[in-house]
Design a protein around this ligand. Structure first.
Ligand SMILES: Cc1cc2nc3c(=O)[nH]c(=O)nc-3n(C[C@H](O)[C@H](O)[C@H](O)COP(=O)(O)OP(=O)(O)OC[C@H]3O[C@@H](n4cnc5c(N)ncnc54)[C@H](O)[C@@H]3O)c2cc1C
Length: 505
């Protein structure tokens, strides 16, 4: 019987894994994961991702062992691995999920496709999210997403339903015994741990209790830490499928409706919170679809009429201060230091960080996008580049939104506790003085033990001035007929067709 090679990529699970389930029905399986040097060395990759992947693979390997098999681990180039398998077993059938990744993984997939054609190998790729390949336009996308998410969850095959290739074959193909080392990460950091068990636990705690005030508490970084689901890295690396996540949340919501219908009480906010959460799961795929449809957005402005806007304004010193959380704006610095420490931060703070870099510092979005990609454990290129461009005002169609770092601090951290925790230089300052430390008098600086320019930096730029300059530049550009034409093109190609959705969504 022909061997079924299952290539694991960002789908590190056995449940709801269609390639695995279908391959297991077709013949003896050979599951493989390749640590690909081209991806490990990329500018959007970091040791945090590698650590998370290794933790996921650890759990995946144990699950395979429970089934009586083994996951083959290789390092280098996937084509070399496929070649080695071909030499050892002759022809095989290759299975994988479709991937909407960065330019490097796209090129790699093209090469694998060509290699398969040359060697007469059948490669079956199966969608794993709501992203649709070769989409002609967005009409009907949402209905398609609903129908994909309603498909039956494919259970993990039982030991009697799966046959693995003989271990001698595996040892002849060769495999690595040690995965590539990730750089030393401070054990002070609290990064999310990889693996399906963590995903299931988090999902459970979110749906049972943490999520009840999600809608109200998602914007403040202090409350978001526990009120947001924190499912993002597990969705990125596929420890759990989007279908499972969506269906579990819907079932939970149906259960709450039932309680309500039967006269029981449910915590106020639960239904609204679940509605917001379910909507965001759809956004996940909606944003990824943009990269699938227009891969060049990893490199270029969505709206080409924005080309030239920031290209000549790079300020390396300011960029480094932003990366280090030393901008002189307490909320920006607290958010960046928190992100560095945890590998995660909530949506509002991500938007504020990018807005500050793009509007206040007027730096081009690409290098900051890489910096954030390396820090986010959940880095997902399709969401990331679409969002970074949106928060930089270069999508051409969404409202220009320049966040005030001072107002965000006042609104999202009214007592200044989050700032005090992550910017200890300011811990002696009471609120509201903590929001604008540069305004302290010399006497106040000595009273509160914080000398501006020595203990804590003066602001890199003046908020008001930077805001006005950025606004003029953006609206100057928006008014041209060329911009409007480009906006129509982008809206037609990428805009949501859902009633009531804002243009970009
Ligand atoms: C500049 C910027 C960059 C971003 N980069 C990424 C990224 O690389 N990877 C990533 O997963 N998210 C990214 N996001 C979106 C969002 O901030 C994160 O998905 C969210 O904070 C993850 O935390 P959570 O799992 O607790 O989300 P929850 O609020 O609990 O939401 C549940 C899930 O819905 C999806 N989701 C939530 N918000 C969004 C959104 N605005 N757009 C698309 N999907 C969403 C995610 O899959 C998330 O895990 C980015 C946002 C911004 C502003």
């Amino acid at each position: 019987m022909i061997i079924q090679v299952i290539w694991f990529k960002k789908d590190l699970r056995l449940t709801d894994h269609r390639p695995l389930a279908q391959a297991a029905k077709a013949g003896p399986v050979l599951p493989i994961y390749v640590f690909e040097d081209r991806l490990l060395g990329a500018e959007d990759f970091s040791g945090r991702h590698l650590k998370f992947i290794k933790e996921c693979l650890g759990e995946l390997q144990s699950s395979f062992e429970d089934l009586g098999g083994e996951l083959l681990l290789h390092r280098g180039d996937v084509l070399t691995s496929l070649q080695a398998i071909l030499q050892e077993v002759g022809g095989f059938h290759l299975w994988s999920h479709e991937e909407t990744g960065n330019g490097l993984s796209y090129q790699r997939d093209v090469q694998v496709g060509d290699w398969c054609k040359t060697h007469g190998i059948l490669w079956t790729e199966i969608p794993q999210t709501g992203v649709v390949r070769r989409l002609s336009d967005r009409d009907g996308w949402s209905a398609r997403w609903n129908s994909r998410m309603s498909e039956t969850i494919v259970p993990c095959p039982g030991p009697e339903e799966i046959q693995f290739v003989a271990p001698e074959t595996l040892s002849k193909i060769g495999h690595i015994t040690e995965s590539p080392p990730h750089p030393e990460l401070s054990n002070q950091m609290v990064l999310q741990r990889g693996g399906r068990s963590h995903a299931l636990n988090l999902q459970d705690s979110f749906l049972q209790s943490r999520g009840q005030h999600y809608q109200k508490e998602m914007s403040s970084p202090a409350s978001a830490e526990s009120s947001c689901s924190r499912m993002s890295p597990y969705l990125t690396f596929g420890c759990i499928s989007m279908r499972e996540t969506y269906q579990t949340a819907r079932e939970h919501r149906a259960g709450l409706y039932e309680i309500k219908r039967d006269g029981g009480t449910i915590s106020p906010g639960w239904l609204g919170s679940l509605k917001s959460y379910l909507g965001r799961l759809r956004w996940h795929c909606h944003f990824m679809q943009k990269l699938e449809d227009e891969p060049s957005i990893e490199f270029h402005n969505f709206s080409r009429t924005c080309d030239g806007l920031r290209e000549d304004h790079w300020n390396q010193e300011w960029h480094e201060a932003w990366c280090a959380g030393q901008t002189g704006y307490p909320m920006i610095d607290a958010a960046m230091r928190y992100l560095n420490h945890t590998g995660w931060i909530n949506f509002r703070m991500r938007a504020m960080l990018v807005s500050f870099s793009s509007y206040h510092l007027w730096n081009h979005w690409r290098e900051p996008a890489h910096h954030l990609a390396r820090l986010f454990t959940d880095y997902e290129p399709g969401i990331h580049y679409s969002q970074v461009q949106m928060q930089s005002g270069v999508t051409g169609i969404n409202t220009v939104r320049i966040y005030s770092p001072i107002k965000q601090a006042e609104d999202q951290d009214p007592n200044g506790d989050f700032i005090r925790r992550w910017v200890p230089e300011l811990e002696g300052l009471p609120s509201p003085l903590i929001f604008r430390p540069e305004a302290l008098t010399t006497m106040e600086q000595s009273l509160y033990g914080c000398r501006i320019g020595t203990d804590y930096p003066a602001p890199l730029v003046d908020h008001r001035e930077a805001y006005e300059t950025a606004r003029k530049r953006m609206y100057g550009l928006r008014g041209t007929s060329k911009s409007r034409e480009e906006a129509n093109r982008i809206q037609a190609k990428h805009g949501s067709r859902r009633r009531g959705a804002r243009s970009w969504r």
